[in-house]
Design a protein around this ligand. Structure first.
Ligand code: AVJ
Ligand code: FE
Length: 441
């Protein structure tokens, strides 16, 4: 969207807002009881996400951008502040009922589309290139992905359907790719909707390393299980080993079975495990243990981003692995087109300059890095988006999943979560440092 201006930019923003809302509707067009039910203490009831989406939109685009008064009484308004109420407590709050929630989000949206038609998209940093609107599009899409994870957690008859992800694929010729050592530009100053944690652009010197050509598959991960990986403390981070024992983990979340025969619960349907798909619903500890068992390690965030963005022909960093063009369904499994990861090698058009496949879409990829601000980080427009999460508690994930919308991911995008979390659509790929001989070929 960097080149768009004026009417074209407004149209693009309106289109992205409308697309996000269509998705929100699909995820919340369920019976009232489903909307109000808490499917897991880790998740909000869907009705909270719904009104929270409208509330953030009102806060930023009506109150801040357009200077309007709140639409809800203060006592109701504050129920949708994520920092005042933990997810586990949200079902007990006197939330808006389904009908008023829907009316509220529609009411906000109508007013927002009016504001978008007439507000100047320059002159105020918050509005430059439509940033505030882009931020709200991304916010809604992020909550849609969270609601998709809630759907995956719910029990009962399947509510969502989608065509299967692409299967027939030719595997890339090699399992790993060498990324030569040297500096590259990490982060961005020019991506118009980049959030504060992706900024500023800065040079990072990354020693030569090898990275997996595709994400770790269910077949790979099954070998780890069958080799007794979950019973062997050698592979686990000390905290991870404690967690595996206390939580009784024996396989990724939603796997059902044992031994040779495994199934997977996928949005209300139990299906035979597809061995060629990327493994999904593993926590950071499992990802880390798998990598060690395979004699490798998780990539750092800088390694992941260099593999995804660096173009050796020009020496510059691209917006996406395949170049600077926005994602299409040829490039990556994004946008809830499918409800599962695709087969390894299914998106050759999306490979990076170095030939690394499926960095965007399919599954979020755990990295070894904790979540920190880049050198020169400035919290903007609000500290609670990222800065309050910086430190050692969270690990960074990259690349987006089948449930991430193209408007809410790019190769600089950073996601983060606790190392025990596995309800998110997360998998991994592994890396290893190059030896001196390997680095100088
Ligand atoms: C960036 C996905 C970690 O869902 O906690 C949504 C995004 N921030 N509302 C989250 C977010 C505020 C955030 N993640
Ligand atoms: Fe939010």
């Amino acid at each position: 969207p960097a080149e768009l201006e004026g009417a074209e930019l407004r149209e693009r923003l309106a289109g992205d807002l409308i697309r996000a809302r269509e998705r929100t509707k699909r995820l919340t067009e369920v019976e009232d009881a489903e909307l109000l039910h808490q499917h897991s203490p880790l998740m909000s009831p869907l009705v909270w996400d719904l009104a929270h989406i409208g509330n953030q939109e009102e806060l930023w685009l009506l109150r801040d951008v357009d200077g309007r008064d709140p639409l809800l009484p203060e006592t109701v308004d504050q129920l949708y502040d994520a920092f005042q109420h933990a997810r586990s407590e949200r079902p007990k709050l006197p939330l808006l009922e389904p009908v008023p929630s829907r009316r509220y989000v529609d009411d906000v949206r109508g007013k927002v589309l009016d504001v978008l038609e007439r507000i100047p998209l320059h002159g105020r940093p918050l509005l430059e290139k439509g940033f505030a609107f882009g931020m709200i599009v991304q916010h809604e899409q992020q909550h849609d992905e969270t609601m998709l994870a809630t759907h995956q957690l719910r029990v009962g008859q399947a509510l969502l359907t989608a065509p299967p992800a692409p299967r027939a694929a030719e595997l890339p010729a090699t399992r790993e790719v060498l990324i030569p050592g040297g500096r590259f530009t990490m982060g961005t100053d020019i991506e118009p909707w980049a959030l504060d944690n992706e900024r500023p652009a800065h040079a990072v010197d990354v020693p030569a390393f090898f990275i997996d050509t595709t994400p770790v598959s269910n077949a790979d991960y099954l070998s780890f299980i069958q080799d007794g990986g979950y019973q062997d403390p050698r592979w686990w981070h000390p905290e991870g080993w404690e967690h595996v024992k206390s939580a009784g983990l024996v396989a990724p979340q939603f796997w059902v079975g044992a031994g040779e025969k495994w199934f997977r619960k996928v949005f209300g349907r139990t299906e035979p495990l597809r061995l060629d798909q990327a493994v999904v619903h593993v926590c950071w500890y499992e990802a880390d243990a798998y990598a060690r068992w395979s004699g490798r390690r998780l990539p750092t965030e800088a390694e992941w981003e260099k593999a995804a963005r660096f173009d050796p022909a020009t020496g510059r960093s691209r917006r996406f692995p395949w170049g600077d063009d926005d994602p299409t369904s040829e490039h990556a499994n994004l946008g809830q087109q499918h409800l599962e990861p695709a087969a390894a090698g299914a998106y050759p058009a999306g490979r990076s300059a170095h030939g690394v496949h499926q960095l965007m879409g399919d599954v979020w990829e755990w990295t070894s890095s904790t979540f920190r601000g880049y050198p020169g980080f400035r919290a903007w427009p609000y500290r609670e988006y990222s800065e309050v999460f910086f430190g050692s508690d969270y690990r960074v994930l990259r690349g987006g999943s089948f449930g991430s919308d193209p408007s809410a991911v790019r190769a600089t995008f950073r996601n983060w979560d606790y190392p025990i979390r596995r309800q998110i659509f997360a998998g991994l790929r592994t890396a290893r440092s190059a030896t001196r001989e390997e680095a100088h070929v």
